[in-house]
Structures are given as C-alpha cells and as structure tokens.
Design a protein around this ligand. Sequence first.
Ligand code: GDP
Length: 365
Amino acid sequence: SLQCGIVGLPNVGKSTLFNAISTGVAEAANYPFCTIEPNVGVVTVPDERLDVLTGLVKPQKVIPTIMEFVDIAGLVKGASQGAGLGNKFLANIREVDAIVHVVRCFQDENVVHVEGRVDPVFDKEIIDAELQLKDLESVEKKIQKLEKAARTGDAKAKVELDVLKQYKGVLESGQNARSLAIDPELKEAAIGDIQLLTAKPVLYVANVDETAMLTGNEYSEKLREAVKHEGAEVIVLCAAIESQIAEIEDEEEHEMFLSEYGLKESGLSKLIRASYALLNLITYFTAGVKEVRAWTIEKGWKAPKSAGVIHTDFEKGFIRAEVIKIADFEKYKSEAAVKEAGKMSVEGKEYVVEDGDIMHFRFNV
Ligand code: GDP
C-alpha cells in the first residue's frame, strides 16, 4: 500500500509525532498484517461518514480503512554526501509515495536545536538542499545516458533530454523538482523511472508550542509563506500534546481533552486526512448488516480495479456494481428506500468510483 514518509531535521518532534501515530495501531489491532517494521506506523483513517452509515445500518462490525506512515529519522546536513548514514535515509525516502516534512516551530531552551536557533524556513531549506543534491545526481546520470541516444538521432531521447535539462536547471537554482510546471506525460517519460525525491508530493507539519495550537505562530506563518508557491499544505499541531491525546483510549475522555484545548479534532486526525489526500487516495464503502467497511482506492480507479481491493475474485469476475451515493443513503435512510426513489445506479466496467460511493459488486466466481 501507499506510504507517507515523515522527514525533518533532528529534534523537531518527528519521533514524538510518530509515537502518537503508532499509538493508534492499537485501534487497528484486528488487522492481520500488523507485524510490520518498527519504523512503520499503521493508523485508521478518521471518517465521519462511517458513523453516519453505522447509525443507519446498525451493523455487527465497523471497519475503518487504514494508512501507513514511515518514520525516516536521521536526515542531517550533508546527508547527500553520506553524513549520518545519509544515503540509507535518502534511500528510505525514495521508497515512500509522499512526504510529511516536520518543521520545528516551537521554542524550548531544553531542547537543543541542531542549528542553534528556531528558523523553520532555513531548516526546511537544509533538508530540501540535501534532497535536491541527490536528485541532481539522478538527473545528471540520466542526462548522460540520454545524450548518447540523442546523438544517434533518437527523437524521443531528445525530447526527454530537453525536459531533464529543465529539471537540472530547477534543482541547480535551489528549487524542488515538483515546482517545475510541466505536462504530466512528458514528466512521466522523463523522470518516471528515477523517482526524484523532491518531485514527490509533500505537506508540512509546523510543530508549535501548546499555546499556538489553534492559531499558529510567527514561525508557522513564515513557513506557510515560504511554501506557498509549491502549493503545499501546512498542518499546525503540537506533537507533544498529540502524543498525550493519542494515549487516551476512552472516547468521551478523548472528546473532553480536545474541547479543553478548544480543538474540534486532533491535529493527528487532520494530518492523517491530509496525508491520505496527498497520496491521491479516496474511500468507498460497503454497507451490510454484518459489516460496514471503508475501503481505500486511488482516485480515478474504475469499478473492477476498485472491487479488487476486497478480493481479487471480485475484479476477475466483475459483472457490475450497484452504486449508492452516500448523500442519498443519508436522505432515504435505507437501501430499499434508495432503490424505490430510483437513486441506486447500476454501473459497468468503465465506471470510475467516486469518494463516498457505497458499492455492491456483482461478480462471477
Ligand atoms: P526528532 O529528533 O525529530 O524525532 O524529535 P523528538 O520527537 O525526539 O523530539 C525532540 C525533543 O523535542 C524531545 O525532547 C521532545 O519531547 C521535544 N518536543 C517534541 N515535540 C514538542 C513540542 O511540540 N513542544 C515542545 N516544547 N517540545 C517538543
């Protein structure tokens, strides 16, 4: 499944945040594949629509969907030259599908800052520079290869070479690869195989003091300003408080704690939902009296492929899908009433599943 990697300089609060994430694993304990590496955390994806469905269907079991975070510790200045096991960590980043970049926006004299002062924009640039240097290596390697092919008159190689040179320019000017506006097909052809680190989708976590959880602070504002041109989201939270919130198992107590801090939801919930969207993931539901369940697919998947996440047989033997929009289910309150109102559609192989669809697959075995 798709994963988000958590990166950032040392002492910015990555482990604290990751621990908060991993505490949520308890909730997902009934997932059979929970024996994963210590640096991978599994969380359930918060979704109010599941509560709505549960209220209406009253199933025996409710199963939320999950996603994974990878803790990528140990990035320091010089990582691209191998400092602090840098190459190993950079290789870890290459394997993830999106990046959660944690930046320190809290003051605390007791917590040493590796660079001696709190400056989120500068911190972000240190990490970016390491990733950019690594990307530059990959781009230059590919340019060398393509230049040979281009010299023999390979037209396709020439086009790709031109794109790669644009990437080279962007990286050399201290920008991330993702900031190059380019046709998606050209992009895929030129860099699809080299997995540039700074081309991966990113969101930033501004780790602020408890007092700035709701409002943000001057540091988080500076960060927001600095990443605006990347179109990246900034989530403001206090990792220290999040790890406390995550410890509370009792739901009522959990709510109380949140409201004491004036929070509608935990920062972690916000982060999980934002990361899910960053990975281009959406959710469909199956709703029966035995089980109401959320399933994860990628945006744009057609019905058979979407059915395949339940079981490969569903994809292979796909006949059709009965689809109810969740708003209609809420309005008419039962599947029978939805059908009667003519609001259930029957869809074939070409149907692109939408976020919030309630699916019933018909298939041959
Ligand atoms: P990492 O090196 O990025 O994984 O950072 P850690 O999560 O280990 O945090 C480094 C130190 O900062 C620890 O002493 C944490 O308790 C502290 N810390 C983490 N988050 C916060 C926060 O939101 N506020 C404050 N004041 N301290 C924090």
